[in-house]
Design a protein. Structure first.
Length: 137
C-alpha cells in the first residue's frame, strides 16, 4: 500500500485513502483496514476537504484515477488554502507524537500490540504504517 506520507494535490493521506478504496473494491483489503474505511484518518481527511467519504468512494470504485478523484474533490468546493494544507500535513504526519487526545502510552500500546513496542524510531502512525507495511526496515 502507498505510504501515508504520499501526497496528491499537495495533501498527505489522499493517495493512500484512494488506494484503500480500490483495494477494498477488488476484495483485497485486509479486515483490520476495512473497519477504518471512512473513519480515522480517512474521516479526518474528508472533513478537512469538506467532502463525503462515501461519495468519493463511489467515484473511485467507478474507476476514477487519482487525478480524476482530485478534480472531483476540487469541484466540491475549493481545496483548502496552501497554509491550511501545510497545517493538515503537519497534523496528520505527526499524529501519535505528543498528541493531547492520544497519550504517548496509548500509541506505545498500539505499537506493542503489533510487535513494534521496542522501536523508538516509530514516532507517529505514519511511521508505523511504513514499518508495518515493509516500506522501512
Amino acid at each position: 500500500m502507498v505510504s501515508a506520507y504520499a501526497q496528491l494535490g499537495g495533501i498527505v493521506w489522499v493517495p493512500r485513502m484512494l488506494q484503500k478504496i480500490r483495494i477494498d473494491a477488488a476484495g483485497g483489503l485486509p479486515a483490520e483496514y476495512q473497519a477504518w474505511l471512512g473513519k480515522g484518518f480517512d474521516g479526518r481527511c474528508c472533513r478537512f476537504l469538506k467532502i463525503d467519504y462515501h461519495r468519493l468512494a463511489e467515484r473511485v470504485r467507478a474507476g476514477a484515477t487519482d487525478a480524476e478523484a482530485l478534480a472531483w474533490i476540487e469541484a466540491q468546493g475549493p481545496l483548502p488554502s496552501e497554509e491550511a494544507i501545510v497545517v493538515w500535513n503537519a497534523f496528520a504526519s505527526k499524529r501519535g507524537w505528543r498528541d493531547g487526545d492520544v497519550p504517548a502510552e496509548k500509541f506505545q500500546e498500539y505499537k506493542a500490540r503489533y510487535g513494534f513496542g521496542h522501536r523508538d524510531d516509530i514516532l507517529t502512525y505514519f511511521d508505523f504504517y511504513d514499518v508495518d507495511e515493509g516500506r522501512r526496515p
